[in-house]
Design a protein around this ligand. Structure first.
Ligand code: FAD
Length: 390
């Protein structure tokens, strides 16, 4: 079969970045096609913790930088979209928590001094006590201090379902991707034999982007993978908690998010320092033991005797940075018709989309006329990954 299709923007990779961009461009009147070789959202997106950061955590390093001021706008943009009033209509997406918390066990840790030295932080953070504490921390034995950040936590599987709805007929399941050249220029892609011409091509394939670049004969932009070893636990005694628990350093000791299981129980998903280098080096048994020890110290009043435990190894995919530093805004590189990037955070998908839209506007790319699309094979949508593991 050698079907020929044309579109304005051909997107490869249907995680949150590609899906958000696709929905935005369709709303602006562009014809789009989004190709995914797996399940939509099934890369990093559904395995993320779903926190829509506002950058407050970065202030733990001393001060908010220019870039982290840019991220400060993300909770507002997502909130408007969730209310159906924003750049996308995300009504129906489940909001798990309208706040994320910063939790300092015991006495006020030294790092909080510099944190609260920033005026920008003081205006966005408020201490909570008593009934206002997250349910899991409301206990007589709880000794720490808790601050409420105006950040959101989303149920990412429901976000992916909604973004797939907004994609309409623009989705294509496709595995074998080859470049389509004319006159020495990349003018589109051949996807499982279908020739697809486009004014612009966007690679937003997360960890699959290096392989895609190689398929079209490119090596840049270089990407890095940051391995994580996350921990999950499920128990009838768990109540929801969305918090960074502070240790001595600038990174959270653990970051806890809570996700609803189909049987009504909560699943706690643990990241932060626990999941980074030392955690990556541990095998599954040792990693579960490390998590058990952390929770025994931090929330000893929660009975975890019947909890079921699992771990998940997953790499974050980002543009290459010196010393594996974490980029704190979306990244986009351009080579002719090809745009390549990573949002670097789910929260920054709107920023990723802004960058692509700005490149289209700068180059005078406008919606063109294209024949209607034939019926195409659709990629499946990824569900809650924890259901299969616990
Ligand atoms: P992905 O979600 O990885 O999607 C890439 C897609 O491309 C996949 O669907 C894949 O099937 C497809 N693909 C790959 N290769 C090909 C190919 N060759 N052809 C066609 N399709 C291809 N960010 C936050 O903002 N808040 C958080 O709380 C948060 N927590 C996180 C926790 C963890 C454990 C991890 C790993 C990440 C977390 N992140 C968080 C980061 C966030 O998940 C990612 O930045 C974001 O999901 C990346 O989205 P993406 O669309 O670029 O990539």
């Amino acid at each position: 079969m050698s079907e020929s299709l044309s579109t304005d923007v051909l997107i490869v990779g249907g995680g949150v970045a590609g899906l958000w961009l696709n929905a935005r461009l369709r709303r602006l009147g562009f014809a789009t096609l989004l190709v995914d070789k797996g399940a939509l959202g099934g890369g990093q997106s559904v395995k993320s913790q779903g926190i829509i950061h506002g950058g407050t955590k970065y202030a733990l390093h001393g001060a908010l930088t220019g870039a982290s001021e840019a991220i400060a706008d993300m909770p507002r943009r997502w909130r408007e979209a969730l209310d159906g009033q924003g750049e996308l209509d995300l009504t129906g997406v489940r909001l798990l928590s309208d706040a994320h918390y910063l939790w300092s066990p015991g006495t006020l840790a030294g790092n909080l001094t510099s944190f609260f030295a920033s005026k920008a932080v003081r205006s966005r953070v408020g201490q909570v006590k008593g009934d206002a504490l997250p349910p899991a921390l409301q206990h007589a034995q709880f000794k720490g201090k808790v601050y409420r950040l105006s950040e959101l936590v989303l149920d990412v599987p429901s976000l992916i379902v909604r973004l797939a709805e907004l994609a309409g007929d623009s989705l294509l399941a496709g595995e074998r991707i080859e470049p389509l050249h004319e006159g020495g220029e990349l003018v589109g892609l051949r996807v499982d034999g279908r020739a697809i011409r486009a004014q612009r091509i966007v690679f937003s394939a997360g960890g699959g982007t290096a392989e895609l670049l190689a398929a079209v004969g490119l090596q840049q932009p270089a990407m890095q993978r940051r391995p994580l070893h996350m921990v999950m636990l499920k128990a009838p005694t768990l109540k929801p908690l969305y918090a960074h628990c502070l240790g001595g350093g600038s990174k959270p000791r653990i970051t806890v998010t809570s996700h609803p299981a189909a049987d009504g129980e909560w699943v706690w998903y643990l990241g932060g320092d626990l999941a980074e280098a030392a955690g990556v080096a541990r095998n599954e048994t040792a990693q579960v033991a490390a998590a058990q020890q952390e929770l025994a110290e931090l929330v000893p009043w929660i009975d975890l005797s019947t909890a079921r435990w699992a771990t998940l190894r997953i790499d974050r995919a980002e543009p290459a940075q010196s010393s594996l530093a974490r980029p704190d805004n979306a990244f986009l590189a351009e080579q002719g018709r090809l745009l390549v990037g990573w949002p670097t955070k789910l929260a920054l998908s709107p920023d990723f989309s802004d960058r692509v839209e700005a490149a289209l506007a700068r180059d005078g790319i406008r919606p063109g006329n294209h024949p209607p699309l034939p019926a195409l094979p659709r990629p499946p949508v990824s569900g809650p990954f924890w259901e299969g593991l616990l």
